[in-house]
Design a protein around this ligand. Structure first.
Ligand code: 5GP
Length: 170
């Protein structure tokens, strides 16, 4: 068995980019697939119900919501998950997660907000572009399990509008 790399995945990517050829250890890391559904949404090749966008992030309604106001916030940089994003990119992106969490709580009169984020399939990740789940919470309403039924845009649109309005109010 090979000993673990001293280079985290994001640093291997940076080294590869600067060298112009793959870092020798990069084959050990899981590759980013640019054809994942969130990459397609970011490129405008697949639809979404957008609630927020800035230069670092896009936030949109989850189509299989685990509760009212379930939003996913994705960075615009290509990262498979939190294990391979460059720390500086993560730092630039995280305020968008906070902005959406605040707006979802305010816009939907939630009692709290749960943030979930999975890394690799063993943890529950199913879409391999980094994303944070923003889940408004009410103490007496249980979250549904992941992978539930797809909810139509007609049902999600008024909820998205409340979150957008809360963002606009600041
Ligand atoms: P993960 O399990 O990777 O943390 O979460 C992926 C999330 O993406 C799930 O909550 C799933 O419902 C959501 N999802 C999967 N495909 C689509 C899609 O095409 N559009 C939207 N808006 N959400 C999706």
């Amino acid at each position: 068995m090979r000993s673990p790399s001293v280079f985290p995945p994001w640093l291997r990517s940076e080294i590869s980019a600067r060298l112009g050829f793959p870092h020798p250890e990069s084959a050990m890391a899981q590759a980013y697939d640019p054809n994942n559904i969130f990459a397609k949404i970011l490129r405008g090749e697949a639809p979404c119900l957008k609630v927020y966008e800035d230069e670092t992030a896009l936030a949109f309604m989850d189509i299989m919501p685990r509760g009212d106001g379930h939003v996913v916030v994705v960075p615009k940089v290509a990262a498979r998950n939190i294990l391979d994003i460059a720390p500086a990119d993560l730092a630039r992106f995280m305020p968008a997660v906070q902005k959406v969490a605040l707006a979802a709580k305010k816009g939907l009169n939630a009692e709290g907000v749960k943030i979930e984020q999975y890394n690799e399939s063993a943890s529950g990740q199913t879409v391999y572009h980094l994303h944070f789940h923003v889940l408004p919470r009410w103490a007496d309403v249980a979250l549904k399990p992941p992978g539930g039924p797809i909810v139509s845009a007609d049902v999600l649109a008024p909820i998205a509008e409340k979150i957008r309005a809360a963002i606009a109010e600041g």
